[in-house]
Design a binder for this molecule. Structure first.
Ligand code: AHG
Ligand code: MN
Ligand code: MN
Length: 331
């Protein structure tokens, strides 16, 4: 079996980027250990703080963020970092050539019930001339990502990584090494499995409701086949299932907070997951354009997401084009 370091050398990845990914994995191993200890080390439960996203922070949201910050700030190649749990970008080493943006703990509502969570990261190029005291250097579209991935903390801990040359999976071994366990992952184009939080049905726009209505009709409806549904409440877990056996994951815009484009965050969740999905032959859209083509205006910007098996996501887009144009014509 091949070690992550051997694999990256074989890929002839930039040495500093290789070193940064290795350091990120040291941080994620430390997070794994905290998670494994669970109630024994008092890390479960909620803090009294609310993050910039307006969400109550779990203790492990804060701990994971601090661990990642500790290693990344100490890394000479990192100019700065932006995190879902930090209101402002954090300065690291001004001469560094990379910016790292991350969701330190994805799916954190799962922590207290001992269900899968993850860390999502995206690596961007830094431009030392610009300085790093404001958001501007971070506001790069998803196409500019140098690398993206997640570490899933489940029955096994896995790194799923792309550096722009396909998607590869590494499993954390007993000796603390990430070993290559799946190479060049490709998502099946067709699927019969979807993931969406159905409890929000009444808040969706007509195209989304119609699309889901038709999936639920199964073999008797226009789609002509039965669909299964899954919802883990951790995007990392949903994307991992889709990379493994196909499917579609949707977190659409809805009317609960109409001024926000969606629930999930473009830079910490949308872009890195879209890069993985596209690199594995899938499609990632906000229902109007490819997520990675969206020009971010704010590091904490939200985005509507639909990603997964190419043919299924394309079908959802057709529903949007068809039904939105009917609505437009009525106006
Ligand atoms: P986070 O824990 O980083 O805030 O992300 C949670 C996200 C995402 O991972 C998941 O798909 C979704 O929120 C779950 O939303 P619901 O609460 O609607 O199930
Ligand atoms: Mn998240
Ligand atoms: Mn999070």
């Amino acid at each position: 079996m091949q070690l992550l370091s051997q694999f990256l050398r074989r890929e002839q990845l930039d040495e500093e980027l290789t070193d940064l990914i290795a350091t990120l994995m040291v941080a994620c191993k430390e997070i794994t250990l905290k998670l494994r200890q669970g109630a024994i080390s008092g890390v479960l439960g909620t803090t009294t703080d609310v993050n910039v996203q307006g969400e109550t922070q779990k203790k492990l949201d804060v701990i994971s963020n601090e661990i990642l910050k500790k290693y990344l700030q100490g890394h000479m190649t990192v100019a700065g970092l932006a995190s879902e749990e930090e209101s402002e970008p954090v300065l690291a080493n001004p001469n560094g050539k990379f910016l790292v943006v991350f969701d330190p703990l994805d799916g954190s509502s799962n922590i207290d019930i001992n269900v899968t969570v993850g860390t999502i990261f995206s690596i961007l190029e830094a431009n030392p001339a610009e300085g790093y005291h404001d958001e501007a250097p971070y506001l790069q579209n998803g196409r500019k990502q140098l690398a993206a991935g997640y570490v899933l903390y489940g029955p096994s801990a896995l790194l799923v990584l792309t550096t722009g040359n396909g998607v590869n999976m590494f499993t954390l071994s007993e000796t603390g090494d990430f070993l290559l366990t799946r190479e060049k992952v490709m998502i099946p184009e067709e699927t019969q499995e979807f993931a969406i939080n159905m409890s929000n049905y009444r808040h969706w726009e007509p195209a989304m409701r119609t699309y889901i209505d038709d999936l639920l009709e199964g073999v008797d409806g226009v789609r002509g086949k039965n669909y299964n549904m899954r919802w883990v409440a951790a995007m990392v877990a949903e994307i991992h299932r889709i990379l493994t056996r196909g499917g579609i994951f949707i977190y659409p815009w809805d009317t609960r907070v109409p001024q926000k484009p969606g629930k999930l965050r473009l830079m910490y969740e949308g872009n890195p997951m879209s890069m993985l999905i596209e690199q594995a032959g899938g499609l990632a859209t906000n229902c109007y354009s490819n997520i990675m083509d969206v020009e971010p205006q704010d590091i904490h910007e939200r985005v509507s997401v639909a990603l997964g098996s190419k043919a299924e996501v394309a079908t959802l887009l057709e529903y949007h084009q068809r039904i939105d144009s009917i609505i437009d014509n009525k106006h």
